[in-house]
Design a protein around this ligand. Structure first.
Ligand SMILES: *[C@@H]1O[C@H](CO)[C@@H](O)[C@H](O)[C@H]1NC(C)=O
Ligand SMILES: *[C@@H]1O[C@H](CO)[C@@H](O)[C@H](O)[C@H]1NC(C)=O
Ligand SMILES: *[C@@H]1O[C@H](CO)[C@@H](O)[C@H](O)[C@H]1NC(C)=O
Ligand SMILES: *[C@@H]1O[C@H](CO)[C@@H](O)[C@H](O)[C@H]1NC(C)=O
Ligand SMILES: *[C@@H]1O[C@H](CO)[C@@H](O)[C@H](O)[C@H]1NC(C)=O
Ligand SMILES: *[C@@H]1O[C@H](CO)[C@@H](O)[C@H](O)[C@H]1NC(C)=O
Ligand SMILES: *[C@@H]1O[C@H](CO)[C@@H](O)[C@H](O)[C@H]1NC(C)=O
Length: 584
């Protein structure tokens, strides 16, 4: 008896060892309505949350592990979850964007997301990918180096802290968004910015002063801060008074260590930064304030809190008197400090280490794609829309993107039945060549006019190397757009202001040696009134959205989809859909 038990144990140990110590991690996400206190207003509001918490649970894995998440939708809304930055190679049905790779999980139903986190290490995150629900449905996804593998390519930290930056509305964001859609009036700005779900002590609402995140630290230690910008529409400046950072990774790609006292982080991005607690022991504010990239600078609505949101970094080994004092507040950049934002983004370079991915040196498919806003008129389904006023629509190459309604794009691709779902005519070039960033074009209504939204894809053959120039336009306003590509990391090989000039800016000027590898370009990709050149290899068959990670722009069409054809083998083909894939 005991002998066969011994054999069984060693058999299990052998099989664990033979799969290079990869684990299967299983979680259940129960999505339901939660009542939470409003910020600076009396009473509670109902929000949608995972497992009764905002932010939701942290998923922790090691490189190579398989992650299995059972999502049970007990909310009254349709839900999907996106694993932001996970390549999903071989698991395109688990990517999550509603109507791109799956129909939503309807109220009362469930779906299991199953994927492997291979070839990526660092900080990623997960969030709802259906409507504005991600305002409260989000959490961290941390990938540590494989057990027994070489550890971090930087000094091992003494501890780590997860810092989730968010935006909060005193209301049900799904209801707010559906009203905004039917009226054509943009969503109101957030009521507060948050750090780990809390606004901090600078908001002028005494009854809530206790709602502040606290990070306890010991002196002379090094902490790894895993900073995630989960906000829907706001890029942030991030500082901790009296402390500096060494940035070591962004979007789960290692970077050359970069010393700075300010971090700039756009919606969707993550930054891993080391912070040494070498200040005089006491209490310090961690603060975020908004980076407003738009030109003209948008009028801030009455009551908008332009002040910083805060958390406290508290030295546990400080004298009681030091910790009784008010925390020291860092001096934040002004909201339109584009120099600081651009300086931060252009300073990041990929870390040169063995086995890292490198930029494709040849290009099969070249695209120049304008990214910006335009005007249109109300769509028939916008029932409460003012039909004599223009509505703002966003577009890429003058195509405003609409999600299909009856079947997901990936299902239509897999069954080869695109008719009525999408067309393969997303243009490689802008339909009209003009002086894209000329400020003289601001408000040029004829050029800014955008046709009805449609569902166009760019089809790529398996393994094609793609170079895409993303060019901001001035038609409605210059603005930085954090462009996010699903299914791939891309390399940012060049960026600049004004109009991209293939002769001046191309060829010899591209960084093909150590460009940053990201899953979204953010200010990197499309600086305000500028351009960025990205490259990637289409080695992941499926349907992959590329869109602005400002939800206010995604909702009005700032998106397109790459249709990547299957390769010659079973491993390079889209697998059959899982049996529990939600149906529309
Ligand atoms: C308001 O939210 C808090 C925190 O979730 C909860 O403890 C409290 O019971 C709620 N109050 C009401 C009236 O729902
Ligand atoms: C911003 O902070 C200043 C200084 O503390 C304060 O006077 C002002 O009322 C704050 N604004 C808001 C909207 O809270
Ligand atoms: C930033 O905004 C202020 C007004 O708030 C304006 O005076 C200043 O010129 C702006 N700076 C830049 C670089 O646009
Ligand atoms: C509708 O838009 C027109 C043109 O901008 C404006 O004059 C009118 O007041 C608007 N009507 C309503 C009800 O807002
Ligand atoms: C975009 O297309 C519309 C027609 O749908 C056209 O009127 C407009 O001039 C175009 N603008 C650009 C910048 O291509
Ligand atoms: C795809 O590209 C990789 C790397 O260049 C190569 O090893 C592989 O053979 C290619 N596969 C196909 C089907 O082209
Ligand atoms: C939920 O999704 C289903 C299937 O796609 C759709 O028919 C329904 O209209 C959606 N409901 C809401 C409230 O969006």
């Amino acid at each position: 008896m005991s002998c066969s038990w011994m054999i069984l144990v060693s058999a299990v140990l052998v099989s664990v060892a033979s799969v290079a110590q990869a684990d299967v991690l299983e979680h259940t996400f129960s999505v339901a309505t939660l009542s939470l206190p409003r910020i600076c207003e009396p009473g509670n509001t109902s929000v949608t949350a995972v497992n009764g918490r905002v932010p939701g649970p942290k998923v922790e894995a090691r490189e190579g592990d398989t992650v299995v998440i059972h999502v049970i939708n007990d909310s009254p809304y349709n839900v999907t979850v996106h694993w932001h930055g996970v390549f999903q190679r071989g698991t395109p049905w688990a990517d999550g964007p509603a109507m791109v790779t799956q129909c939503p999980i309807r109220p009362g139903r469930r779906y299991t997301y199953r994927f492997t986190v291979a070839g990526q290490e660092g900080t990623l995150w997960w969030h709802a990918h259906s409507s504005y629900m991600r305002a409260t449905v989000y959490g961290a996804l941390v990938i540590r180096p494989r057990r027994g593998a070489v550890d971090y390519p930087f000094r091992k930290p003494d501890g780590e802290k997860t810092v989730l930056l968010g935006e909060w509305w005193n209301g049900d964001t799904v209801a707010l968004e559906s009203r905004s859609f039917s009226t054509g009036v943009p969503m109101p700005n957030a009521d507060a910015y948050t750090i780990n779900g809390m606004p901090g002590d600078l908001y002028h609402c005494p009854e809530r002063t206790n709602r502040i995140a606290k990070f306890k630290v010991r002196r002379d230690k090094t902490y790894l801060l895993r900073i995630i910008n989960a906000a829907l529409n706001t890029a942030f400046f991030f500082k901790v008074a009296g402390h500096t950072f060494t940035v070591v990774a962004a979007d789960a790609s290692y970077m050359d260590p970069y010393e700075t006292d300010v971090i700039v982080i756009a919606p969707g991005q993550t930054i891993d930064a080391l912070m040494t607690t070498d200040a005089s022991p006491g209490r310090y504010h961690m603060a975020i304030s908004s980076y407003q990239s738009a030109i003209p600078f948008p009028p801030m609505p009455a009551g908008f809190n332009g002040n910083a949101s805060t958390a406290v970094v508290e030295y546990v080994d400080a004298a009681a008197t030091a910790n009784a004092a008010s925390p020291v507040l860092p001096v934040m950049p002004v909201p339109n400090d584009t120099d600081t934002a651009h300086g931060f983004y252009t300073s990041l370079k990929a870390l040169d280490r063995p086995g890292r991915r490198t930029v494709p040196l040849t290009v099969d498919t070249r695209m120049l794609v304008t990214v910006g806003l335009g005007f249109s008129s109300c769509q028939p389904i916008q029932t409460q829309c003012n039909r004599s006023a223009p509505v703002v629509l966003a577009n890429m190459n003058n195509v405003s993107f609409a999600l299909p309604a009856t079947v997901s794009m990936l299902e239509a691709h897999y069954r080869n039945t695109p008719d009525g779902v999408y067309t393969r005519d997303f243009p490689d070039q802008p339909p009209l060549v003009f002086d894209y960033t000329s400020r003289g074009l601001l408000g040029n209504t004829p050029l800014a006019s955008t046709g009805s939204p449609s569902t166009k894809v760019k089809t790529l053959r398996y393994n094609a190397t793609v170079e895409m120039v993303l060019q901001n336009t001035a038609l409605v306003g210059l603005e930085s757009h954090p462009m996010h590509l699903h299914g791939f990391n891309f390399f940012v090989v060049a960026q600049g202001f004004g109009n991209y000039d293939g002769v001046e800016d191309g060829a010899g000027k591209l960084n093909l040696v150590n460009p940053q590898e990201r899953n979204k370009g953010a200010e990197v990709a499309v600086p305000t009134g500028g351009w960025a050149v990205i490259r990637f290899v289409a080695n992941n068959p499926g349907m992959w959205a590329m869109h602005c990670h400002l939800d206010s722009h995604f909702g009005i069409g700032l998106a397109m989809v790459f249709e990547v054809e299957s390769g010659p083998t079973a491993e390079t083909a889209v697998p059959p859909p899982p049996p529990d894939l939600p149906q529309c």
